[in-house]
Design a protein around this ligand. Structure first.
Ligand code: HEC
Ligand code: HEC
Length: 412
């Protein structure tokens, strides 16, 4: 309405622009707030889960793991604990020594190569070349010296850190430390291996998954035999109703949320290490209950593609190549097109030849590949007889493995 009163064309344009900008600001404002509203909602949800977890922890767990989760003497390990959260107090130093050792191997190899050339009696090097070799070796020796100094410095740093953590070491941080330092003959290499495999609790127990999975699995199954390792404790029971315990799955997840909420990321300090009253020990029977293996992909092509989208499964061509070559032996048949269509050119062949066929009119490349791998009998490539390609790959691989292989084939 107002526009009618604006006489000049410039005035109308200006009014139009003003209204447009105003609307964009409004839309933007709503969008920003929607995001904030969603975040607030997620935070509230997690917040409530942590609160419920805290209550459960106080009534069920604190008698052994301590009110603040620091653990108690020979009763149970600390959970409010940088080592459990994967914070390795000497991780940087261990990595630096490993790298320097790798560089040393490289440098020594180069020296060996040059020495062999220098002393080759069958093809003795020219005098000029001899001088070059001698100079190059001197240069390499200097670099070797440098790396050795760096290693000595880093090892000293690591000792200083361990000394500052003396209380923690006494409370069981690095439980096997004594066995390594006591043996006089322990080589440098064994000490490095020790730090590499003991820097974090999950490395120590050989858990390949993440911490949330470790906590949940421990709660579900308990740790049979742990009373033997912790003499003042009756041991870690199986808490899940599925294993005869009192807790539902959502309560177990609340407890995990509460424990995970102790994480300080990169902000853990020496004080935090010292606050832990009891660190984890080697496991009673040495073995962990494993997480249930992920279900196989199966052969429902549409279902597979939907799960990939919903669960954001992204294939890795690098892993895919390994799976294709080794684990599933696809290459055995698909190499050079000898007994199956050639691996090389797969993506282009499917796009330019297969997908132009009427029955694949609405297919995507991925859909064709998933179907070829999980249901090879549905369409048999001209010139090959059906039944050659095994039909059970869908039952043998996980969604992730299948996605990796498809990602690899898309690069071919
Ligand atoms: C009766 C004592 C006791 C109670 C109660 C108890 N635990 Fe434990 N818990 C242990 C012991 C002992 C271990 C060590 C087991 C091992 O190392 O094999 C342990 C281990 C754990 C671990 C693995 C820690 C690690 O470093 O490996 C987690 C996580 C855990 N308990 C959580 C809980 C939660 C959550 C509760 C409460 C629902 C709880 N525990 C109740 C004794 C107890
Ligand atoms: C025993 C031999 C054999 C093995 C092992 C095998 N394939 Fe095949 N594959 C074939 C044959 C033969 C065909 C063509 C006939 C057909 O379509 O079934 C084929 C077809 C295909 C096609 C369709 C190619 C096109 O051009 O349309 C794909 C994709 C494929 N295989 C992927 C795989 C993957 C991935 C693996 C391993 C997980 C594998 N194959 C293992 C024999 C094999």
């Amino acid at each position: 309405m107002n526009l009618l009163f604006i006489r000049t064309i410039e005035g109308r344009i200006l009014a139009g622009i003003t209204m447009f900008v105003g609307m964009m600001i409004l839309v933007g404002w709503v969008a920003i707030n929607e995001e904030a509203r969603m975040q607030a909602f997620v935070q509230q949800h997690t917040g409530r889960s942590i609160e419920r977890g805290a209550e459960l922890f106080a009534s069920l767990c604190s008698e052994c793991h301590g009110e603040e989760g620091y653990g108690a003497g020979d009763r149970a390990p600390g959970l409010n604990n940088p080592h459990l959260f994967g914070y390795d107090p000497v991780g940087l130093q261990t990595a630096a020594v490993t790298n320097a050792n790798r560089a040393l191997v490289r440098l020594n190899k180069s020296v060996d190569g040059l020495l062999a050339e220098l002393t080759d009696s069958e093809e003795p090097p020219s005098e000029e070349r001899q001088n070059e070799i001698v100079a190059a070796i001197a240069d390499l020796e200097a670099q070797i010296e440098e790396q050795n100094m760096a290693i000595a410095g880093t090892v000293a740093e690591r000792i200083a850190i361990l000394e500052s953590l003396d209380t923690a070491v006494n409370n069981g941080l690095f439980p096997l430390w004594d066995t390594v330092v006591d043996i006089e003959q322990t080589g440098d290499n064994e000490i490095e291996v020790f730090f590499n495999t003991n820097g974090t609790r999950l490395a120590q127990v050989g858990w390949a998954g993440d911490l949330q999975g470790y906590i949940v699995t421990t709660l579900i199954h308990g740790r049979p035999g742990s009373a033997r390792v912790y003499p003042n404790s009756t041991g870690m029971a199986a808490w899940s109703q599925t294993a005869g315990g009192p807790l539902r799955q959502d309560q177990i997840e609340d407890l995990a949320a509460y424990i995970l909420n102790w994480d300080k990321g990169a902000g853990w300090t020496t004080e935090d290490f010292i606050a832990v009253a009891q660190y984890g020990k080697p496991l009673a029977d040495g073995s962990l209950p494993s997480e249930p293996p992920p279900p196989p992909a199966g052969d429902n092509v549409e279902g597979i593609l939907q799960r990939w989208q919903a669960e954001e499964v992204i294939g890795s061509a690098v892993s895919g190549e390994l799976l294709y070559d080794q684990e599933f032996g696809c290459t055995d048949c698909h190499r050079d097109g000898a007994s199956a269509p050639d691996t090389i050119g797969t993506a282009a062949r499917i796009r330019d030849e297969r997908l132009t066929l009427p029955q694949f009119a609405d297919y995507t490349l991925e859909q064709y590949l998933v179907e070829s791998i999980t249901r090879p009998g549905d369409y048999v490539v001209d010139g090959y007889s059906s039944g050659l390609m095994p039909v059970n790959f869908g039952a043998r691989m996980t969604d992730q493995q299948l996605a990796d292989i498809v990602a690899f084939l898309l690069t071919q």
